[in-house]
Design a protein around this ligand. Structure first.
Ligand code: IMP
Length: 210
């Protein structure tokens, strides 16, 4: 049991969640057993982020640029990418959900939190963690385009092209990966594993077991 659980009494910290009887240590210790293998190591991700930052800095020189990170998955990539920019850029966040806790997109993109700033007359760059079916980005690009921006482009650190259901151009593309359910570098499975610094593969038995 972790110190906080110990102080509060076992189970108290999760009393409103699913894991009422699971202590923090029990949750944490499942990490190594459930992560299958590293697919993209952190060094390769950092190299690609640097490269994308350079390209974006070059292309948007003297432009009013707003980066819009797609929550929750893109928060780590957005933070890393912004620090690689050599130009001024504003940022905002939009929160969407299309996965309903599983590993298959529902196809219905639900906006949970919209951007706060007015994007009219600005260059918008949507920053996404991974492009899978493409439905989320198609929806977001169409949505932002109705708000009078100067341009709307897409930047995604990972791409699973074999899963695509709609045609979408990724203007700034990071790393192509095969059709496997991945976790880490912001990507989750049921709210877990976002903190892994490498992009990893979740063991299929974790999401197939019921
Ligand atoms: P799309 O609309 O199917 O392209 O899905 C995009 C969103 O699905 C991403 O922003 C992720 O949040 C999530 N997603 C897609 N593939 C994976 C994966 O392999 N692991 C975790 N999340 C994923």
């Amino acid at each position: 049991m972790c110190e906080l659980c110990d102080n509060a009494g076992k189970g108290n910290r999760f009393e409103n969640g699913k894991n009422e009887n699971e202590s923090c240590n029990e949750r944490a210790n499942t990490l190594n057993d459930e992560v299958g293998r590293i697919l993209v190591p952190r060094e390769k991700i950092a190299e690609k982020v640097k490269e994308l930052g350079k390209r974006i800095s070059n292309d948007y020189k003297d432009c009013e640029l707003v980066l819009v990170g797609v929550l929750k998955g893109a928060f780590i990539f957005l933070a890393d990418l912004m620090r690689e920019l050599e130009i001024n850029a504003d940022m905002d966040l939009i929160s969407v959900s299309s996965y309903a806790d599983g590993t298959e997109s529902t196809g219905i993109v639900r906006i949970i939190k919209d951007v706060d700033i007015n994007i009219q007359g600005k260059h918008v760059l949507i920053v996404e963690d991974i492009v899978d079916t493409g439905l989320t980005l198609k929806h977001l690009k169409e949505l932002f385009s109705t708000r009078g921006p100067k341009s709307v482009k897409i930047c995604a650190i990972f791409d699973k092209p074999s899963r695509r259901k709609v045609n979408i151009t990724i203007d700034y593309k990071g790393i192509e990966i095969p059709n496997e359910f991945v976790i880490g570098y912001g990507l989750d499975y049921q709210g877990r594993y976002r903190n892994l610094p490498d992009l990893c593969v979740l063991k299929p038995e974790i999401y197939t077991k019921k």
